[in-house]
Write a protein that binds this ligand. Structure first.
Ligand SMILES: [Zn+2]
Length: 146
């Protein structure tokens, strides 16, 4: 394995099993790991936040610790309607699910565990799969819907 000792050895030190983080746009969902700026350089609408790479998907909400919808991606539209109409709403007005508030609270407080639960869209009653992960900064939870 000596051939690994080239330019990538620095990266191999991070082998403590922590989920890798990725930076993404809250509007278009683009991964922006190289972006130095705070606003998305691709769509110009979203801000750049950080989440667990394994959790990220196209349709998602960013939910604060007090369970308010802080951001909704474009792709949420086909599941929940116009994303702009969701901003600032209390989460229970948008989604319901067993234990949903507690799981989001845990993620917003920084739990590194990514959990998947079944939720219902309040507007349509449609059942969706929700992947919940930590998201920052500021502290929030990412709720990826499928
Ligand atoms: Zn964007």
């Amino acid at each position: 394995m000596r051939s690994l000792a080239r330019q990538d050895t620095g990266r191999l030190h991070g082998r403590d099993g922590r989920p890798e983080a990725t930076r993404f746009c809250t509007h278009c969902g683009a991964i922006q790991n190289d972006a130095p700026q705070r606003v998305c350089g691709r769509c110009g609408f979203g801000v750049i936040l950080t989440t667990a790479r394994e959790a990220l998907g196209e349709a998602f909400l960013v939910v604060t610790l007090d369970l308010q919808v802080a951001a909704a991606s474009m792709a949420v539209e086909k599941l929940l309607g116009d994303p702009d109409d969701l901003l600032g709403l209390p989460l229970p007005a948008v989604l319901s699910g067993d234990d949903l508030g507690r799981l989001i609270g845990r993620a917003a407080l920084g739990s590194r565990r990514v959990v998947t639960v079944t939720v219902s869209a309040k507007a349509t009653g449609r059942r969706l799969s929700a992947r919940i992960a930590w998201c920052g900064q500021p502290p929030a939870a990412l709720v990826v819907l499928e």
